[in-house]
Every structure is written in structure tokens, then in C-alpha cells.
Design a protein around this ligand. Sequence first.
Ligand code: 5GP
Length: 115
Amino acid sequence: MYDKNNVFAKILREEIPSKKVYEDDYAMAFYDVNPRAKTHVLVIPRGEYTDIYDFTQNAPAELQAGFWAAVRNTVDKLGMRENFRTVANTGHGAGQSVFHFHVHIMSDERFKTDF
Ligand code: 5GP
């Protein structure tokens, strides 16, 4: 069950600040507050989905396409082409702590940070 007061919902509503990398009508990307790689960015859709299982089942096709395009655009904006990984933790047992679907983009290389 989606909690409208989760921290990423608040970031989307701009109730709490974030260091944005990219945004459009479908998604927002921002730096992780507790980075576990030299470059660590999160991409979240503009919609109420708890995890990738919920999102890929229930989000409209336009939002799903827009979200994955935003992941790609974020990677491009960071100046990445390779040497990064994408992770979507799903459920407490896998380490998910914020239940608004998000994709981690992580790299042990330092990509652009001046946004
Ligand atoms: P999860 O563990 O759910 O896959 O990832 C949640 C991520 O959100 C964690 O890496 C954590 O550091 C990050 N995070 C939690 N609260 C905030 C916040 O208020 N701002 C930002 N930018 N990241 C956050």
C-alpha cells in the first residue's frame, strides 16, 4: 500500500529539497543523500507506485515509457555511457527502505555533478 508521505513523494512535491540531476513530465532524478558509490543518483516516476513490481504492472504505458526514457536521459546528462549499474531494490528483504519505486544509478567513476 502506497504511503503518500514517503520521503520521495515529499521530494516530488518539493516539500523537502533534493539535488536534482534531471526532471521531466514523467520522472525526477536526484543525488542520493547517502551515496554508496562515487556517483549515486536515484530516478523516480511521477506516480504512486511502491516498487518495480507495482510500477510495471499498474503504471500506464506512457508513464512507463517516459520513466525509462528519463533513466536514459539521466545517464546521458551525467555523461555516462558505460561503467555504471542500475538497481531497483524490491521489498524489505532486498534492502528497500523507501516505498516509492526508484532506480539507483551507481558508478565507481565520478561523473558530472555540477547541476
Ligand atoms: P532503497 O534502500 O529503498 O533501495 O533506497 C533508498 C535510497 O534513498 C537510499 O539509498 C537512501 O540513501 C536514499 N534516501 C533516503 N532518504 C533520502 C532523502 O531524503 N533524500 C535523498 N536524496 N535520498 C534519500
